[in-house]
Design a protein around this ligand. Structure first.
Ligand code: HEC
Ligand code: HEC
Length: 340
């Protein structure tokens, strides 16, 4: 045990300057060496600040700043609900939750979870996950465990006053959402820790462990690229697969299949819904109009990007990994029913 005198304010400044080297994770041997850089500051402080000093014991191998969190403090953060432990107390039925849902939730989610405006739809969509064009991912069609519903509702809803619901209210509202999805059929069924295991979500087997690494890059230790020349890869991925994999896979598939893969991963986000002013893929009139400039110009716009009257089409849809050919294939796929 070493004894150090540490000024509290200074300690905070040091904590703020702890820089965790967490930027690289190549899933191999390097995982444990994220190094911590400590700024050491020498200062002489006036005696008047002596009260700020506190004697702190520093164990070898640890910084030991601050104090050990108390059980109450941990409990305040430890609010997750998991299917295997920590099911919350209380309970309630769909019938109990109905009025509350109407009062607290329906303004955004609709009386039957059908959505009002732009909030997530909470019910329906079962069996649509395999539809690549329009999978409807709701609590009922997509979520694998009811515990997520309890956790999410208690943690984050109602949107404007999160964490205001009691556990009884949370169980009742969750029962009501499950009732809207026909997962609970009896409105008087009391949903609680005892009855929890009777609820099996339709998509419970729909998830697989994703073995792909978080990043395909390996850590660079010498002769590294100038950061200014590094392109940030698109964050605008479509539903499901990552764009990097598409690039790999597209080398083997042909024609519209390539186009469709690229479209799904990179372009769909905007062109399916018209996000950011993008012409919708099924808006025939718009595309006929755009095609008057000639298909090669349309290809060029998709590859190089352009600013039009509706908004900005980012070069290659923001995914600079794509080859020109892949972008052209995506355009041809988008226009396959309109061209000619
Ligand atoms: C002011 C609008 C608003 C109100 C009121 C509201 N929500 Fe939400 N809800 C949202 C928004 C927005 C999201 C999406 C948040 C996000 O994705 O970050 C959401 C997401 C959800 C989700 C996750 C859906 C999904 O598929 O991702 C559930 C479940 C949910 N809300 C339940 C409720 C319940 C139960 C109530 C009533 C206690 C409620 N909400 C009240 C706006 C609202
Ligand atoms: C961030 C949203 C966004 C993404 C992602 C995106 N686009 Fe666009 N795209 C736009 C917008 C906005 C326009 C319309 C610009 C205008 O005319 O004002 C557009 C226009 C186009 C046009 C019409 C060009 C013309 O000459 O009229 C094509 C073709 C196109 N995009 C193809 C693609 C392809 C292929 C991808 C995927 C590789 C893609 N876009 C991804 C937003 C997007």
């Amino acid at each position: 045990m070493y004894k150090f005198k540490v000024n509290k304010k200074l300690a905070l400044a040091i904590i703020a300057s702890l820089s965790l080297n967490a930027c690289s994770n190549d899933n191999s041997a390097n995982q444990n060496d994220s190094s911590v850089v400590l700024a050491v500051v020498n200062t002489v402080l006036p005696a008047a600040q002596a009260a700020d000093y506190e004697s702190i014991s520093i164990k070898p191998g640890g910084f030991n700043l601050g104090k050990v969190a108390s059980e109450e403090e941990i409990a305040g953060w430890h609010i997750e609900v998991s299917p295997t432990h920590n099911l919350p107390p209380g309970g309630g039925s769909a019938a109990d939750g109905e009025d509350l849902f109407e009062d607290e939730c329906s303004s955004c989610h609709g009386s039957f979870g059908e959505d009002v405006g732009r909030n997530p739809v909470l019910a329906g969509g079962e069996g649509t996950l395999k539809d690549r064009q329009k999978p409807e991912r709701t609590v009922g069609s997509y979520w694998p465990y009811a515990s997520i519903l309890l956790d999410y509702t208690h943690r984050a809803m109602p949107f404007s006053s999160a964490q205001s619901l009691t556990w009884d209210e949370t169980w009742s509202l969750s029962a009501y959402v499950l009732y809207l999805n026909d997962i609970i059929e009896d409105e008087d069924f009391v949903f609680n820790a005892e009855s929890y295991s009777q609820i099996v979500m339709p998509n419970v087997d729909g998830f697989v462990r994703d073995k792909r690494p978080d990043t395909h890059n390996s850590r660079c230790m010498k002769d590294c690229k100038n950061p200014k020349e590094i392109n940030v890869k698109t964050a605008l991925l479509g539903y499901g697969s990552g764009a990097e994999d598409v690039v790999e896979e597209t080398k083997v598939v042909k024609g519209h299949e390539i186009g469709q893969k690229v479209y799904d991963a990179t372009c769909r986000l905007c062109h399916d819904s018209g996000l950011a002013g993008a012409p919708k893929v099924d808006d025939v009139l718009t595309w006929e109009h755009r095609l008057r400039q000639g298909i090669s110009q349309v290809h060029k716009h998709a590859i190089n990007g352009f600013q039009g009257q509706n908004g900005v089409m980012p070069p290659k849809g923001g995914n600079m990994e794509l080859t020109d050919e892949e972008v052209k294939a995506a355009v041809d796929f988008m226009l396959k029913d309109i061209e000619k």
